[in-house]
Design a protein around this ligand. Structure first.
Ligand SMILES: Nc1nc2c(ncn2[C@@H]2O[C@H](COP(=O)(O)OP(=O)(O)OP(=O)(O)O)[C@@H](O)[C@H]2O)c(=O)[nH]1
Ligand SMILES: [Mg+2]
Length: 230
C-alpha cells in the first residue's frame, strides 16, 4: 500500500519515433501506477501519432509549432492531464519494461522522494553517471514541480535541468536508479552520422549555456538529497 494515493499519468514527448513509440506506450500502460498514457507529438511525419494511438495512448498533436520543442510537448501533456503526478518517459527507449517504471514510481508514491529518476544502463560507468546532474527523460514528479518552472525556462532539452533546480532548491529528496538493460536510439541512429552529431552538438551547446545560469550549489543539494536505489 503506497503512502501517497496520487494519480499518475505518463507523458511521452515524441517526434518521429515510429520505431519505438508503441513499445514505450506498452511499457507505460503496464506500469501498475499509471492511469493514462499521453503521447505529445509535434509534426511527426513517420506515423508516430497513429502508432501511439493504436498502442493505447491518448495522443495530443502540436502541429502549429513547426519547430517542435521537447519542453513544450511536455507542457502540453501536463495541460491535458489532471493527475497529481506525472511520469515523463522518452519515446525512443530500447529495452524499457513496466517493471522499470514501477521502480521509478515507487519511491515517489511511498513518500520517500519528490522526484524519482531512471538512468540508462551504462554498465561499468553507471555508478559514475548516477552521480552526474541528471538530464534523463525518465522521471516522476508531482505536477507542481513542472508548474514551478517559469514558462520562459521551458525550453527544448533544458527542461530537465530546470526540474532538477525546482526540486533541489526546495531541498527535497530525490531517488535514482539504473534501468537495467535500457538504452535509446541515439540521434545518430535516427538521423545518420552527420546530422546526428550536429544535433547532439546543438543539444550539448544548449546545455552548456546553462553554465553560469544555474547555481552550482544546486548540484551539491542534488548529491546531498539523492538516494541511489537498485
Ligand atoms: N513532441 C516532441 N518531442 C520531442 C521533440 N524533440 C525531442 N522530442 C522527444 O523527446 C525525447 C528525447 O529526445 P531526444 O532527441 O532523444 O533527446 P536525448 O535522448 O536527450 O538526446 P540524445 O542523447 O542525443 O538522443 C524523445 O522521445 C523525442 O522524440 C520535439 O520537438 N517535439
Ligand atoms: Mg533519446
Amino acid at each position: 500500500m503506497s503512502l501517497r494515493q496520487a494519480t499518475v499519468d505518463a507523458v511521452i514527448p515524441a517526434r518521429d519515433e515510429a520505431a519505438t513509440v508503441a513499445s514505450v506506450v506498452a511499457a507505460c500502460l503496464g506500469c501498475v501506477h499509471v492511469r493514462e498514457v499521453i503521447v505529445v507529438d509535434d509534426g511527426s511525419t513517420d506515423g508516430t501519432a497513429e502508432l501511439a494511438a493504436a498502442a493505447g495512448a491518448k495522443v495530443v498533436r502540436r502541429e502549429w509549432d513547426a519547430g517542435g520543442s521537447k519542453a513544450l510537448a511536455m507542457e502540453a501533456g501536463v495541460e491535458v492531464s489532471d493527475a497529481e503526478a506525472i511520469l515523463f518517459v522518452d519515446a525512443d527507449l530500447l529495452g524499457l519494461t513496466s517493471g522499470h517504471l514501477d521502480a521509478i514510481c515507487r519511491p515517489y508514491l511511498d513518500g520517500r522522494a519528490t522526484m524519482s529518476l531512471g538512468i540508462f544502463d551504462y554498465g561499468f560507468w553507471s555508478p559514475l553517471v548516477l552521480r552526474f546532474p541528471p538530464t534523463t527523460g525518465e522521471r516522476i514528479v508531482p505536477r507542481w514541480v513542472f508548474d514551478a518552472v517559469p514558462p520562459a525556462k521551458r525550453e527544448g532539452y533544458l527542461i530537465e535541468i530546470m526540474l532538477n533546480e525546482v526540486v533541489t532548491e526546495a531541498r527535497l529528496p530525490i531517488s535514482s536508479r539504473v534501468m537495467a538493460g535500457v538504452s535509446h536510439r541515439t540521434k545518430r541512429d535516427k538521423f545518420g552520422r552527420r546530422e546526428g552529431y550536429r544535433r547532439t552538438w546543438r543539444m550539448f551547446r544548449d546545455l552548456w549555456s546553462l553554465w553560469g545560469v544555474c547555481r552550482k550549489r544546486t548540484y551539491w543539494f542534488y548529491l546531498r538529497d539523492l538516494t541511489i536505489e537498485r
